[in-house]
Design a protein around this ligand. Structure first.
Ligand code: SAH
Length: 483
């Protein structure tokens, strides 16, 4: 079943450019093509779990006058010339530190190493890439997020200026669809200052292109030149982290499939208690998992996470994943929303409780071993929504957390049914099929019952696997969809 999820098909590509929510008759959809969504897989087998030793043994040969008897250590025994830059880098860290690294450090390097991280130098999305996400499935996704954002803006009293922040915007498709969908609502559009939080220079360029951005000429050496999205005339800027987005304006934050890319620590129950799972280099120069022989600094995060759980919940588990970066990010979001007003929307696959063992690697739409050729596959983990809730609530008394609810409930309450019907009234047969498939992918559960195409391309619904949570300033009231 899980395997099948990966082989499903239904990426819908844009067929027309201009459309907006009020003009429901505009026909546009994304064409169906073969691809898959990020989803769960069984954990690849752990190559070995063992105590750590003290590193490579020292050469014991004595130096004699006869030079032929000199011990010649193998040159850089852990560095194969065929290793990628990233693999060499990871092995270098392990070697020079003299011990293994945590799964979190490995994940962070693999995804966002500034030179060779998975996200850094290429477009990883879509049929040609490694996985597909909801905004790439159908324009309706970004449009529905646009409805939610606009409703929150109304609840915030229609501020004349608002920061709209997207964390990890991928290709920028969600934001482009949001802008097109809401473009007729002039007051809303004119209030927007868009901030894209993106670590990848390649994806920043792609977002710039997809938002049809132009860089305004700088007059008289003006260093503060602006970038404007020609979709709606909205100013757009890019940042490496949320902290860099200027504060002081009411803020709405969108995090779609961002949290799942944040590095997780993995712990395993052993006879001596909870041990952290680490990664080192085996004798044959491949990466392997090992267990930490003693406590690691990250154990503090495990203890913090367990504080928020009941003893029964923990007793059932032999493995636990903890994501300190998710907890810190949520803290920052909650503080920002508390001081500036507004809210955040978090959409991802995950659980409303402790996550046990979910880290997965996807390359070219197939699950692969996490340790195999790092940097060439996406790594992602289930999001622990309960820890997000606790972190937000601890950060500020001014915010309130709603959900998580399923993506299906969320999109349904925003009117995706009406949107798909309106689009279906004015489209070709091919577009209609794409729309129906995209709709199922977004809100359905399991295999689409209407599917008549090839078995290995049956659309599988993301409607209940993906969860939606809102963190809002209390003075905004309850956001739409969570009432
Ligand atoms: N939201 C998009 C893309 C999801 S993939 C979609 O749904 O299609 C994760 C995105 O987050 C990518 O754009 C990746 O480059 C970005 N990203 C991952 N880790 C990041 C980090 N630590 N800081 C900033 N951006 C990050």
């Amino acid at each position: 079943m899980m395997r099948k999820l990966l082989l499903q098909a239904s990426a819908l590509r844009r067929l027309s450019t201009a459309h907006s929510l009020p003009s429901l008759l505009t026909s546009s959809s994304r064409r169906c093509s073969s691809s898959s969504s990020k989803t769960t897989s069984p954990q690849p087998p752990i190559t070995s779990l063992e105590h750590l030793d003290d590193g490579p043994s020292q050469a014991t040969s004595k130096i004699s006058i006869d030079r032929s008897a000199l011990y010649n250590p193998p040159e850089h025994s852990h560095e194969h010339s065929s290793d990628s830059e990233l693999v060499k880098h990871l092995k270098g860290i392990i070697k020079f530190r003299g011990g293994p690294i945590s799964v979190a450090e490995y994940m962070e390097e693999v995804l966002t190493n500034p030179k060779a991280g998975f996200y850094i130098n290429r477009d990883v999305f879509g049929t040609e890439g490694d996985f597909i996400t909801s905004p790439e499935v159908s324009q309706m996704f970004g449009e529905m997020i646009g409805v939610w954002v606009m409703c929150l803006w109304e609840q915030m009293g229609q501020p004349s200026k608002v920061n709209l922040v997207e964390l990890g915007p991928g290709r920028g498709t969600l934001m482009a669809d949001l802008l097109r969908g809401t473009s007729k609502f002039k007051n809303f559009i004119e209030s927007l200052q868009i901030h894209m939080v993106e670590c990848s220079p390649t994806l920043q360029k792609l977002q710039h292109k997809n938002l049809k951005c132009v860089d305004e000429d700088s007059h008289n050496g003006n260093v503060d030149k602006r970038t404007i999205s020609m979709l709606t005339g909205t100013p757009v800027s890019w940042h490496a982290a949320l902290e860099q987005v200027p504060s002081g304006l009411p803020t709405i934050i969108i995090a779609h499939e961002f949290y799942d890319a944040l590095p997780v620590h993995q712990f395993q129950r052993a006879s001596r208690g909870w041990c952290e799972k680490m990664i080192d280099v085996a004798e044959d120069s491949s990466f392997r998992f090992v267990l930490s022989p003693q406590s690691t600094p990250a154990k503090l995060y495990l203890m913090e996470r367990c504080k928020w759980a009941g003893a029964e919940e923990i007793a059932k588990l032999d493995q636990i994943e903890v994501c300190p970066k998710a907890i810190e990010l949520t803290h920052t979001i909650a503080k920002r929303i508390s001081s500036d007003g507004g809210g955040a929307l978090v959409i991802d696959y995950g659980l409303d409780g402790i996550v046990s063992d979910s880290l997965q690697a996807i390359r070219k739409h197939k699950f692969v071993n996490i340790l195999d050729n790092p940097g060439s596959a996406d790594l992602s983990a289930y999001v622990d929504f309960a820890s997000i809730r606790h972190s937000a609530e601890e950060a500020s008394d001014d915010v309130i957390v709603h959900g998580p609810i399923t993506q299906s409930q969320f999109l349904g309450s925003l009117g995706i049914n009406f949107r798909v019907e309106a689009l279906l009234k004015n489209c070709t047969d091919e577009q209609a099929e794409s729309l129906r498939t995209g709709y199922w992918r977004l809100v359905g559960e399991g295999e689409a019952p209407f599917w008549e195409g090839p078995d290995d391309q049956v659309p599988i619904g993301m409607g209940t696997r993906y969860l939606v949570m809102a963190i809002v300033n209390k003075k905004q009231g309850i956001p739409v969809s969570f009432q």
